[in-house]
Design a protein around this ligand. Structure first.
Ligand code: A3P
Length: 328
């Protein structure tokens, strides 16, 4: 009975209801449920439900490509870049689907898709499938970690992630009663109580794995892509197994892809100014595409944190990263 296989079951609900509830500011219930502790990571109930179902029924294909990221680290950008890179020969850049579709409509967020009845849609996507996840590496289903498929990971200065997240959550939740002050948000993030767990563990998990299997995990940094977009676009295409030909490079195709996926282009498209889509987290909730595009710069934390807050944060992260070879 397929219903039993790919839908959340009573046992899942019982397990979830037994997990500790988040005591801090994320205690507010959202469309994705309460925040609970699952395997030492705080997550919304719908995400946990997705993990449980996905572990049972995701059938990873060797050609699958997963984009992994901590939320607000450049997911939208990398969705656009990966999608545009893979589909660049199908049609001319001026008629590319990214002109009329938000990147989140082109690449599915799969974590909760499995909790909200989308597993068949995911199964039906033709190869090579591109999907995205915010799960830490150690929580990925075995089907992914054992499949040898490709994973692109993007990370970003955690201080900018925090600022970006704060704006995003306010827009999504709306209603002043649910909004924490920036200082409360900072404290929560500093203590690693936010959804998907401490950002340093998230980044380190993928970093270690990318060192072990560099041909299968591409580890990118948002700031580096901003600085050298063309170089990173070529690196991405090479990793995805579809490097740019000399002819393409001479015709300026790499620059065209970079331009198409830039925040300046995407933000000003009608679909991203006025459009919205049903989030896979809760299909009855629509998210405005505009929420995904804010500044797209580095260092916006300077307008939100005191020097002391920033230094305290950096010191803590450097301590966590110690010995790994990673630096902010
Ligand atoms: P800011 O809030 O700092 O501007 P995610 O896509 O993971 O949700 O991350 C959102 C962040 O990426 C936001 O950062 C957003 O503005 C930025 N962003 C979205 N699209 C981008 C693009 N095409 N290029 C660069 N940054 C982008």
């Amino acid at each position: 009975n397929s219903h039993l296989i790919d839908e959340p079951t009573k046992e899942h609900d019982t397990l979830i209801a037994s997990l500790p509830l988040q005591p801090s500011l994320e205690r507010t219930i959202t469309f994705a449920g309460h925040t609970r502790l699952y395997k030492d990571v705080w997550m919304r109930e719908n995400i946990i439900r997705g993990i449980l179902v996905m572990q049972q029924c995701l059938k990873t294909r060797p050609t699958d490509i997963f984009l992994a990221s901590f939320p607000k680290s450049g997911t939208t950008w990398l969705k656009a870049m990966i999608f545009a890179t893979l589909t660049r020969t199908n049609r001319s850049i001026d008629q590319h689907p990214l002109h009329t579709h938000n990147p989140h409509q082109c690449v599915m967020f799969m974590d909760v898709g499995f909790a909200t009845g989308r597993s068949q849609i995911i199964e039906n996507i033709p190869s090579p499938r591109v999907m995205s996840t915010h799960l830490p590496y150690f929580l990925l289903p075995d089907s992914i970690t054992e499949s040898n498929c490709r994973i692109v990971y993007v990370w970003r200065d955690p201080k900018d992630v925090l600022v970006s997240m704060w704006y995003f959550v306010q827009k999504i939740l709306g209603g002043a009663d649910k909004i924490a002050t920036f200082d409360q948000y900072y404290k929560n993030f500093y203590e690693g109580l936010n959804s998907y767990g401490p950002i340093w563990n998230h980044v380190l998990g993928y970093w270690e794995e990318s060192k072990r299997r560099p041909e299968k995990i591409l580890f990118l940094k948002y700031e580096n892509i901003l600085q050298e977009p063309v170089k990173c676009a070529k690196q991405l295409a090479h990793f995805l197994g579809c490097p740019y030909s000399e002819a393409e490079e001479n015709q300026g195709v790499v620059e065209q892809i970079v331009e198409l996926c830039s925040i300046k282009t995407l933000k000003n498209l009608d679909v991203n100014k006025d459009g919205n889509h049903a989030t896979s987290t809760a299909p009855n909730v629509h998210i405005s595409h505009a929420y995904y595009f804010r500044k797209g710069e580095t260092g916006d934390w300077k307008s939100h944190m005191t020097q002391e807050m920033a230094e305290r944060f950096d010191t803590m992260i450097e301590e966590k990263f110690k010995g790994s070879g990673l630096h902010i």
